[in-house]
Design a protein around this ligand. Structure first.
Ligand code: FEO
Ligand code: CA
Ligand code: CA
Length: 558
């Protein structure tokens, strides 16, 4: 199948899947033009791109968000900010996605933000370390506060005079939390329910061609634990880190899914067909006949990479889930009906999807070093997957995996896998996590060295200092080199990079600043330096001359 670059160009900037469809309510993120209005890759523009020089920041352990020359930032929203009379912005923001209301105005639209997890020290005023049995000393009110602060936020934002601001009390503003009722998009109930309570561990995500948000439940076992099976298939409950199941007995099987959110009304649904595991993200491609291909990885040591191919147009319900054998370059179907080994172990397809990891292993899926974000290269159509690290296998710095589907067909069942770039001192970055291609096809990468390992003499991350944002330029004399363009505050991770459709803003989350704080009165970070004097996760807008120059190609005409 010939790779259709003209169609694919609409994926630039991480989204824009809806560009071809031109939906009436919202247009997509990223480049939202039709091919006829693209500025395109003229010789002149390519020459201009080749002349963009990025100055690499040195590694820094300063408690601030530092940016390279040509970039500025301002904070759009931070933890606890009011979005309406009823609701406030949640904690630990990760994935962001911006959908403008109108094609001709990329400066007014809806921002979706994931809230992945909580730090009880700040959120519920509970210090786990001070109590031998935390669950006897924690009240249900404290747990309720924690449950409110995960999930996601929809908030209208507008840019005026170069600054993005939230529109407080806009009718679209709302929270999705660990208590929101969410139906399962599946005909068989799971643990007797067809509608489940809440979403949690919302890490990264994606967008659908029909312009809804996808938010992925990653480390769900941290909230309600996990059901584990021994060799005789006897189930036991592994307790969670946060112990919510001591207060609310919701089954672990209700979490670990890809969740779709309708921006218009906040209605949510969980997509069982995409399997249950620590979903980092979900990256969609729409085929010519409107069937979709969804790539999604399981961010846990030695887990797997998956892809779902729908059998019907615009469906995340009907279709087949595959898992990658990257050694032999094969997508293996997790199909109970046609896989005798699955039939011998599981009762039905629903059980295969609930226990996806076990099913994948039975089929011989390749163990990977924690697949994180997945992006599709807008120029080549290759799929890039961050493999952040796998300390159990002595991979401390991770790498980026490249998948080339057979003949460039996204619904192919065979592919070639190779390492695109490895983390480590030579390439100047470690633990790649989120990825984003900008409108010109430069690759932006965030790092996620864990807070308890950064800036420590006894760990292999000392030379990298704080987590950062990097760019690999596609053009010019430094093409292929990894350049550090932003450095995060203390203990923080930069997540959720998302380009505005005009290529003039990079939305970015600053997650878990000050996470290593032991004493609230003496936090390790005070970013974003507001009057409360405590660290707060926040979403920022990165703007400036440099970002506009980098996003030269395919900006929309307004
Ligand atoms: Fe929540 Fe895999 O990062
Ligand atoms: Ca991540
Ligand atoms: Ca990570």
């Amino acid at each position: 199948m010939e790779y259709n670059r003209r169609k694919f160009i609409s994926f630039l900037g991480k989204a824009s899947l809806g560009a071809i469809i031109a939906p009436p309510f919202l247009i997509s993120c990223g480049n939202n033009t039709t091919p006829t209005t693209l500025k395109g890759d003229s010789k002149e523009n390519l020459e201009r791109l080749k002349k963009v020089i990025l100055e690499s920041l040195p590694p820094s352990d300063k408690d601030d968000l530092l940016l390279t020359k040509g970039l500025d930032y301002h904070t759009i929203i931070k933890w606890g900010d009011k979005i309406s009379n009823e609701d406030t912005f949640g904690y630990n923001n990760d994935f962001t996605c911006f959908l403008p209301f109108h094609e001709k105005n990329p400066k007014d639209g809806l921002l979706w933000v994931n809230h992945e997890y909580i730090n009880p020290l700040f959120v519920s005023n509970f210090d786990f370390k001070k109590h031998e049995n935390p669950f006897q000393h924690r009240t249900i009110e404290q747990v309720d506060k924690e449950m409110y602060n995960v999930g996601g936020t929809i908030v209208r934002i507008k840019e005026e005079n170069g600054k993005w601001k939230i529109v407080e009390n806009d009718s679209h503003n709302r929270r999705i939390t660990a208590k929101t009722q969410i139906p399962l998009n599946w005909d068989t109930p799971i643990k007797e329910k067809s509608t489940v309570i809440g979403t949690n561990s919302n890490c990264s995500g994606g967008i659908t061609p029909w312009n809804t948000f996808l938010t992925c439940e990653e480390n769900y076992d941290g909230f309600f634990g996990e059901t584990e099976y021994d060799k005789n298939n006897i189930a036991t409950h592994r307790p969670s880190k946060y112990g919510w199941e001591k207060f609310y007995q919701y089954p672990p099987e209700h979490y670990g899914w890809v969740v779709e959110i309708n921006p218009k009304d906040g209605n949510a649904q969980k997509h069982v067909a995409l399997g249950r595991f620590a979903h980092e993200c979900c990256t969609l491609y729409e085929l010519a006949d409107k069937r979709v291909v969804a790539y999604t990885g399981d961010d846990s040591n030695s887990e797997h990479l998956y892809k779902f191919i729908s059998s019907k147009p615009s469906s995340l319900k009907e279709g087949t889930l595959y898992v990658a054998d990257t050694i032999n370059g094969k997508w293996l179907p997790l199909d109970w009906e046609n896989q005798p080994i699955l039939k011998a172990t599981f009762k039905n397809q629903t059980e295969v999807l609930i226990r996806t990891r076990e099913a994948a292993k039975l089929l011989g899926a390749t163990e990977l070093n924690r697949p994180e974000d997945i992006e599709i290269d807008p120029i080549t159509g290759n799929i890039f997957i961050s493999l952040t690290n796998n300390k159990d296998k002595n991979d401390f710095h991770g790498s980026i995996l490249k998948i080339e589907e057979k003949n460039g067909a996204f619904d192919a069942l065979t592919f070639k896998a190779s390492t695109y770039i490895a983390g480590g001192e030579k390439n100047g970055f470690s633990c790649p996590d989120n990825l984003a291609f900008d409108l010109s096809g430069n690759l932006w990468i965030t790092s996620d060295m864990s807070g308890n390992a950064m800036n420590r003499e006894d760990k292999p991350y000392i030379s990298f200092k704080n987590n950062s944002l990097f760019v690999i330029q596609r053009y010019g004399k430094d093409a292929g080199k990894v350049i550090r363009v932003a450095s995060a505050p203390k203990d923080a991770e930069l997540t959720g990079p998302w380009f505005s459709p005009d290529g003039k803003t990079l939305f970015l989350s600053v997650q878990h600043p000050g996470e290593q704080t032991k004493d609230k009165n003496n936090p390790t970070s005070k970013w974003p330096f507001d009057e409360d004097n405590i660290p707060k996760p926040a979403v920022v807008a990165i703007t400036g001359d440099l970002i506009e120059k980098m996003n030269l190609l395919n900006q929309i005409e307004v």
